[in-house]
Design a protein around this ligand. Structure first.
Ligand code: ADP
Ligand code: MG
Length: 689
């Protein structure tokens, strides 16, 4: 029986359960997976190089004769082989060897060896070369570049190469081409078959740099197909989510009254996004929209308009944030904005005392509270909304695609799904957003409210701490407020809280005239809130904090921020932290204190912070430094298990991917299932929600 692409690898001869388990570690389950396992790099073993021409660092094939073999006894015995051709000689060194190997390397044996040349104490050497006997004149040279596959324990490269070859042969032409021929020809891309053959077996003159760098048409072709499969899967998910209708929310005069009552006028960008959101809400289809906007761009008020549109339509809205502190702040804002309009706002968090929780739940269940603000607790067992029609999720990068959809699923009542508005302060380039948020429409608030002061950022070694203290003293004397952000202690909340307490004590000794407050993650929410409220009210002048203040905290009068050990923080985090100042009209400063010496990456981060306040530019640099997987968070993208495509490199393909997805859905819907199975597998990570 011929082998089918989706057969398990155990269908291949000689592949048993043990080997299959090792392959599984490489994400390889089916025969098709095996041929889609692409080399991480290649070695050129097509040419034998003269020993005399070798340079350290080169990976090379050499051919010659064993001149001398001896076992040298140091702490551990070592097999040392002097090896030469007509142009020179070098040493082959083995730390692990057996008697048979020693015998096979007898003087006079002709060998072909491959390995990395390095400079040893006595000239060039190769440690643990791959080798084989090369008897007879001029042994055969490889006629293709040698693929090096991503490795895993217990599987040698030789075995992997053999397995891939076997899989290629077993599949023959039974691996279907799933892209329409027009799509390939028009883009100068090869067929699946040609692409795979080339990638596993490139001719000696193939463009190695393009192959390894991912720009080779064969590789791009596979990346395109893979991104297409993910695009289709996410669209299917969206489609499925949207099959249930939503309550159309036409709004009412209340919304305009709210907008008019604001102490400021909306920016052009806010107005545009508000219009997009309101149009979505008025429709029968559930809105699934992402609002991207830099820190301080004013996303909260957009969420409030959306919530009011629900309320004005006789429905409820839920606003959820990932941390208590952030949720509390939304609660404060929403109450201040909405209660004057006669809207009851409920608060729900995990730490709420039972009686208060019961009360909140009752108001939510009866519909008395038209808006509920809180953490995850909003969507836990026992919370029933009377008529939830809108879920707003703030700071999306902390929630996964699944979580997000599960939330709106829980909110589904009487077959109606709530509209969903997701807000994130990690602005990412358009093409990347296309790849990772294919299930969402996106809106961008690309303008900051007017009248914001400049934020000047400087970086200083911590030896200049005294100067920084003087600056705080002067700023506070002039009626301004300051943040001091304490170093990150990754290992432990406890240590981090301790560090913050120590810093606060020290600063209190140095600056006795100031009212100093402290917040950290180990404090009770009520305690944190009290301190934050005092800071907001100006009763505290200097707030010592851990990175808990990272997201969303809004105190317009704070205009100085010191960040200690800034070299240890990520760029997105630094930018979020800095976003806490520059919210008023005063010019603000951000001082990045660092401990020298700086790593190259830390240097780049601090330089980026000094050079720009633009969240999009920061995000781009961050993406270059860390890659999309890290920046967006593992859970959220669901795209991390990409086999071939690399979001940093291949996001540029996204406009084409979208075009192809449209064309395929229209003209070749029968290929969609095959594409999803090929690239995402049966156990789809997007799953059923
Ligand atoms: P973010 O987008 O980071 O969540 P916020 O919604 O917290 O930003 O807004 C930051 C600050 O800007 C808040 O104090 C908010 O009241 C204020 N703000 C929002 N929109 C405007 C505007 N159009 N004009 C002036 N201030 C605004
Ligand atoms: Mg915010």
């Amino acid at each position: 029986m011929p082998v089918a692409p989706e057969d398990p690898v155990t269908r291949l001869s000689g592949v048993g359960p043990a080997l299959a388990a090792r392959l599984e570690k490489l994400g390889v389950r089916t025969v098709q997976d095996l041929v889609l396992l692409l080399p991480a790099r290649y070695e050129d073993r097509t040419r034998v190089l003269p020993i005399g021409a070798l340079r350290p660092g080169q990976r090379a094939v050499i051919e010659g004769e064993v001149l001398l073999t001896e076992v040298v006894r140091r702490r551990r015995p070592m097999l040392v082989v002097a090896f030469g051709d007509t142009t020179g000689m070098l040493t082959l060194r083995f730390f692990h060897f057996n008697a048979r190997q020693q015998e096979s390397l007898a003087r006079g044996t002709r060998l072909r060896c491959f390995g990395e040349v390095r400079a040893g104490q006595r000239g060039l050497e190769i440690v643990h070369p791959e080798y084989q006997r090369a008897d007879g004149p001029g042994g055969t040279e490889d006629e293709a570049l040698t693929p090096v596959y991503p490795g895993t324990e217990g599987l040698t490269q030789a075995r992997l190469r053999q397995l891939v070859r076997m899989a290629m042969r077993a599949l023959g032409d039974s691996l279907p081409e799933l892209l329409p021929p027009g799509a390939l020809a028009g883009r100068g891309l090869p067929s699946l078959d040609d692409a795979l053959r080339l990638l596993h077996h490139p001719p000696p003159d193939a463009d190695l740099a393009a192959l390894e760098g991912g720009s080779h048409p064969a590789r791009r072709r596979l990346a395109l197909e893979e991104l297409l499969a993910h695009q289709l899967a996410m669209r299917a998910l969206r489609h499925q989510a949207r099959r249930k209708p939503a309550w159309p929310l036409p709004g009412g005069p209340l919304v305009e009254r709210f907008i008019d009552s604001l102490p400021f006028t909306l920016t052009g960008a806010q107005r545009r996004v508000v219009a997009e959101v309101r149009r979505d809400l008025a429709a029968r289809e559930p809105m699934m929209r992402l609002v991207q906007g830099d820190v301080g761009s004013g996303k909260t008020v957009v969420a409030a308009v959306a919530a009011l549109q629900a309320v004005a339509s006789g429905a409820q809205a839920a606003i959820m944030a990932p941390t208590e502190l952030l949720a509390e702040q939304h609660y404060t804002n929403f109450r201040a904005w909405l209660e004057p309009l006669g809207v009851d706002v409920a608060w729900l968090s995990g730490s709420l005392p039972a009686a208060q929780r019961r009360d909140a739940c009752a108001r939510i269940a009866s519909g008395e509270a038209a808006v509920a603000v809180g953490t995850h607790a909003l969507f836990q067992e026992g919370v029933e909304f009377a008529r939830l029609a809108l879920a707003v999720i703030d700071e999306q990068h902390r929630f996964g695609v699944h979580q997000r959809l599960a939330l709106t699923d829980k909110g589904t009542r009487a077959g109606r799904r709530p509209h969903q508005l997701v807000m994130t302060a990690t602005p990412i380039p358009r093409t990347l957003a296309m790849a990772t948020y294919a299930d969402l429409d996106t809106s961008v608030i690309d303008e900051l409210p007017p009248g914001r002061g400049e934020v000047r950022t400087v970086a200083m070694p911590e030896s200049r701490r005294a100067e920084v203290i003087t600056r705080i003293r002067e700023a506070c004397a002039a009626g301004r407020q300051a943040y001091w952000v304490c170093p990150l202690v990754e290992e432990s909340d406890q240590l981090q809280a301790q560090a913050a307490e120590d810093t606060a004590t020290l600063l209190a000794e140095t600056l006795p005239e100031l009212a100093i407050g402290l917040v950290h993650g180990r404090m009770k929410p009520a305690g944190k809130e009290q301190v934050m409220r005092a800071f907001k009210a100006g009763e505290i002048q200097l707030l010592v904090a851990t990175t808990v203040i990272e997201v969303g905290v809004d105190v317009p009068r704070a205009s100085l921020m010191i960040i200690e050990n800034a070299e240890r923080m990520g760029l997105a985090q630094l930018h979020q932290l800095r976003g806490r100042v520059g919210r008023g009209s005063d010019d603000s400063s951000c001082v990045l204190l660092y401990k020298p010496p700086l790593s190259p990456a830390a240097t780049t981060r601090l330089a980026a912070m000094r050079e720009t306040n633009d969240g999009f530019r920061i995000a781009r640099t961050d993406l270059e430094l860390r890659g999309p997987g890290e920046v967006l968070g593992v859970r959220q993208t669901g795209l991390l298990a990409l086999k071939v495509a690399d979001l940093a490199r291949d996001a540029a393909l996204m406009p084409q991917v979208r075009e192809l997805a449209d064309a395929l859905l229209q003209r070749h819907p029968e290929t969609v299932a095959g594409l999803e199975r090929r690239w995402i597998g049966a156990a789809t990570r997007y799953g059923q929600v």
